[in-house]
Design a protein around this ligand. Sequence first.
Ligand SMILES: [Zn+2]
Length: 364
Amino acid sequence: MPRLCRAEIALLLFKPSPSRGGLGGDGVDVRVKSKTIPVPAFPLKGKEASKGSGANAWPLILSLSKDALQGGGGRRTPIAALALLIAMVAFPAMAQETRDPPPPTFRTAVADTHIVFPDTVSQGAMVIGKVPVGSEVTFAGRTLRLTPYGSVVFGVGRDEKGPLTIAVRKQDGSKDTIRIAVTPRDWPIERIDGVPPATVNPPPAIAARIQREQARVVAVRVRNDARTDFTQAFIWPLQGRISGRFGNQRVYMLPDGSGTPKSAHSGMDIAAAQGTPVKAPAAGIVTFAELDLYLTGGTLVIDHGHGISSNFLHLSRIDANVGDRVEQSQVVAAVGATGRATGPHLHWGMNWFEVRIDPLLVLE
Ligand SMILES: [Zn+2]
């Protein structure tokens, strides 16, 4: 489990000042309600570092507990973790053998009663919040899955006006309601020339095919895995100029000079040459991989857990299969111009379930 504690890092990643992105100035506003977030100084070592010695016994507990909570540690894991925890309490000397001063205790982290969400978010943002472990959190008609450390994630739609309302019911039955303001963004109109007319106004048989294909992609986005891959700091899948922004209102210009308004751009386009390798922006499980969809051509979906997913379109090649686990920065595909595309580029879309979010905000 090399990503030990990533979830915990993520919830502490709210930056101290508003983050204004260099690209468009529409970064997620990250002021937080509470300025006093306890920051356990977890040593960020892998499982290797947590083997054996009393010096590192506490991260082992953490590791085991996380496994147990995610259902990945086998049946004996919770018992083992509990036994270790009891041992630690009963024989505190074990923990005193550390050369470094012991970190703030695990129990402090678990007993954390803070609720931390940004005050303000942008349309299209991915929002990570923190609640006491054991809480029940509802937002937009969903009960949000909690990480073992009490982090939750959700997406803010392009047209969301806000304020958002999040209901938190703590383990002791007390309830809190969090309200988050949504900062509106400008959505420019973008005219696109050179798209084949048949892909803009497809004949009925093609329209039916498009619907069937899109339904299959939509279906994989209902997945709600316990994996916390979305807590990684996302990286660019490749380097390149942004040639199309998330949310822009698109009008496809036909050779006869007429314009057909289409739905808003669902992701971010990055200009790149045919065949440029595409890297996984964060780890995940491949949930869709097909080379020949009518509109989107080579199409790959990677699920990052808790309903967060990435999709890559117009690919010329896909290097992973459905069910594969991919790690961050692993090459998963190559850039192409398949489907409704005017030239080679990477379209990177992101979702929180059916809600489309802006990859650029996730990168910031
Ligand atoms: Zn695109």
